[in-house]
Design a binder for this molecule. Sequence first.
Ligand SMILES: NC(=O)c1ccc[n+]([C@@H]2O[C@H](COP(=O)([O-])OP(=O)(O)OC[C@H]3O[C@@H](n4cnc5c(N)ncnc54)[C@H](O)[C@@H]3O)[C@@H](O)[C@H]2O)c1
Ligand SMILES: N[C@H](CO)Cc1c[nH]c[nH+]1
Ligand SMILES: [Zn+2]
Length: 430
Amino acid sequence: MNKIFNPKPADWNTILERPTQTVDDIEATVSQIFSEVQKNGDQAIKKYTSFFDNVKLDNFVVSQAEIDAASMNVSDELKAAIALAKTNITKFHEAQETPKIEIETTKGVRCWQEKRAIQKVGLYIPGGTAPLFSTILMLAVPAKIAGCDEIILCTPPNKEGKVNPAILYTAKLCGITKVYNVGGIQAIAGMTFGSETISKVYKIFGPGNQFVTVAKQLATKYGVAIDMPAGPSELLVVADETANASFVASDLLSQAEHGTDSQVILVTTSKKFLDEVESAVEAQLGVLPRKGIATKAINNSKLIYVENDQIALELINEYGPEHFIVCANDEDFYTNGIQNAGSVFVGNYTPESAGDYASGTNHTLPTNGYAKAYSGVNLASFQKSMTFQKITPEGIQNIGNAIELMAEAEGLQAHKNAVTLRLDALKAKS
Ligand SMILES: NC(=O)c1ccc[n+]([C@@H]2O[C@H](COP(=O)([O-])OP(=O)(O)OC[C@H]3O[C@@H](n4cnc5c(N)ncnc54)[C@H](O)[C@@H]3O)[C@@H](O)[C@H]2O)c1
Ligand SMILES: N[C@H](CO)Cc1c[nH]c[nH+]1
Ligand SMILES: [Zn+2]
């Protein structure tokens, strides 16, 4: 791992650069696939599935029989674990429901706001190097709570051209019936334009590799909304001598094993602790089944020493990590001061994996610094806020003149007239 001591603020951005490709690097590939899928539908989706996933599929709809049969290939133990996770995720997301907001802003002027579910949503479940069935819980549970009418799911085929049984089992458990065995850019294109098989959706959700993420970003050019850019995983841990070096190393490796372009960072105010984490990472890395992937990610990663908590916090807010773990004596300093992070994990017994699977929070989170402006997936991601108003004759008399004056000042006579006609009618009546 790269060790950096007391970096100057002017160098932070260079030191903290993400290892992923940019939108510019990938845009041409996405545009090519998008235009073919727009023109040739299923045929282009199959062509690119064969090209990128190396499997030829005549039909990429997963049949109800296959979905039903998946349960036999999932152990009872794993089913119980999925049930526990689903219960906690449901509890946390149900608690995010907000009551209707209604207020009389001026006498006779009633304004209210209500939530409506997004009717058609598409869920992307990553499956390139690991079948992330946990992501189904993160997306389908809030989609169902919100009341989305049509929910479709796309996930890449494995080497045998099939969908992993745990994905199908979890999809069924969450009440998803439309599952397509297609991943990558071609899946995002299918949900953006629609094809003979895949329905066009209003909003696409879900994490993925850099190709999936850029495809989602470009899908917005065609009028489809997205949750946010949720690309290659990241973790930043801030820790001091009160932390446990083995625990911290295990957390760093948990995100490093996601992909070669993952990035994990330790920021610490203790040089001794930095060395201890470095040794613990080396020791744990050697025995990981995905050590090939994790080693490449660890090569992109940094161990950073800074003099004090204040400098650490400024650096962390500048980076805006997807996940932020606080294992420091002054937890409150960091939890109160953090401005930019997707999800925060506090204390020595709060591994990031807990949020990935079972604590209840959502693991679909902004990466690449987008935590500065975007929230992770939550119940509101599946809803729209609509405003309503009703104005009585008394109400229009109370605010009418202000509207007339403002409309006139903007040079918009018809706007003014819409009020003046009503005020005149009321005057004539009285
Ligand atoms: N930010 C989050 O919330 C979050 C959550 C979970 C996972 N993740 C990330 O999701 C990613 C999952 O990646 P994955 O690759 O395992 O699965 P994936 O499903 O995202 O991508 C696999 C697909 O990518 C396509 N592909 C592969 N190489 C390509 C290339 N050179 N050009 C164009 N398309 C190509 C293929 O079609 C393949 O099916 C990881 O980076 C992980 O860190 C992020
Ligand atoms: N850490 C990932 C988000 O970056 C989510 C995940 C799913 N499974 C395991 N981890
Ligand atoms: Zn993870």
